[in-house]
Design a protein around this ligand. Structure first.
Ligand code: A3P
Length: 327
């Protein structure tokens, strides 16, 4: 029996099995052999029990902040590198491994399983590899996504990028962004993609449903989250089977200045709303863009309605309406 030095051997191995070049982190706690060699001071309870996956601009920050009010729910620590969210399963961070990921979560006291840990990374929803990677590590985790009319989401993203001084968003109108062609400058095409692609809900959800059963995926109607968050939070808690059930009615209040529901500060009893970047004020979408989006999303919305029905989900009002208004 002969062997090669480690590096050439590894090279040979990955030449033979190129599909294995990409790591997929499994859960050490799912395999007794891995558990045996895992460090004593590590625990599977330091991994999230549920993920809020987005998509971006659907109300994920509001949901995150409402969830964090619950005494039994603990979020991840914030990351400076990635604008607060961990964004582990979608980008380069994945290669940093699960120790890196686990450091974002509080160490459970005395190995207690009482705290329900979660993280919210709003780009997980449409990340190509995310469902596969998330499932490999967190097969028992529950998944929460929020859906709003995809055209509203697209417009909100455009304004988000304008507020962040994105040159394409500043230099082009929304309609120009939507109708950019293959020959348009790359920053414009990139912006168009980020406006439109996450809203193709059915195709992204389908990927998640390839890995997680529908009972493990909860879909929030983002319009209800805006107008009736206490009801939304009741449904979320039922889905999470969390205890105690927190009654959000005395904790949230509609703030007419903000135009959204806000937390009521315990001491001052004043509204404590999300920052300026959430619930922005901008002019209504122009008619040409509205028409363009209506036609662009029709097939995606039909696919979404079919998918929801197939998997026993309720069809949100905004979706039923969008499809009934079709020319
Ligand atoms: P706009 O700023 O375009 O209105 P995310 O947190 O996923 O980035 O989503 C931001 C969106 O959350 C906001 O988009 C806003 O419409 C929506 N939202 C829902 N509930 C909210 C709340 N209670 N406070 C502020 N924004 C809320």
């Amino acid at each position: 029996l002969s062997t090669m030095p480690a590096l050439p051997l590894a090279k040979k191995y990955f030449d033979l099995y190129p599909e294995e070049r990409e790591p997929v982190w499994g859960n050490p706690c799912d395999d007794p052999r891995h558990m045996k060699i895992w460090s004593q001071d590590k625990t599977c309870h330091q991994l999230p029990r549920f993920l809020v996956i987005g998509p971006q601009k659907t109300g994920t920050t509001a949901l995150y902040s409402f969830l964090s009010m619950h005494p039994a729910i603990k979020s991840n620590f914030h990351s400076n590198e990635t604008f607060e969210e961990i964004q582990f399963f979608n980008g380069k961070n994945y290669y940093k491994g699960i120790d890196w990921y686990m450091k974002f979560f509080p160490t459970p006291m005395d190995n207690s399983t009482d705290d329900v840990l979660f993280e919210k990374s709003a780009t997980y929803f449409d990340g190509e590899l995310v469902p596969k990677r998330a499932h490999a590590l967190l097969s028992k985790a529950k998944i929460i996504a929020i859906l709003i009319p995809p055209s509203k989401r697209a417009y909100s993203w455009y304004h988000h990028m304008r507020a962040r001084n994105d040159s394409a968003a500043l230099n082009y109108t929304f309609y120009q962004v939507l109708t950019a062609s293959d020959k348009s400058p790359k920053p414009l095409r990139d912006l168009q993609y980020r406006c439109l692609s996450p809203g193709m809900y059915a195709q992204h959800l389908d990927r998640w449903l390839n890995y997680y059963p529908p009972q493990q995926i909860h879909l929030i109607d983002g319009e209800e989250l805006k107008t009736n968050p206490t009801e939304t939070m009741m449904k979320v808690q039922t889905f999470l089977k969390i205890s105690p059930i927190l009654d959000y009615r005395p904790l949230l209040r509609y703030d007419s200045k903000k135009g959204f529901y806000c937390k009521i500060d315990e001491k001052s009893k004043k509204s404590s709303c999300l920052g300026k970047s959430k619930g922005r004020r901008y002019p209504p979408v122009d008619l040409a863009s509205e028409k363009y989006l209506q036609s662009f999303y029709t097939s995606h919305n039909i696919a979404l309605q079919k998918l929801l029905k197939r998997h026993g989900y309720q069809v949100p009002e905004w979706l039923a309406e969008a499809l009934s208004e079709r020319p």
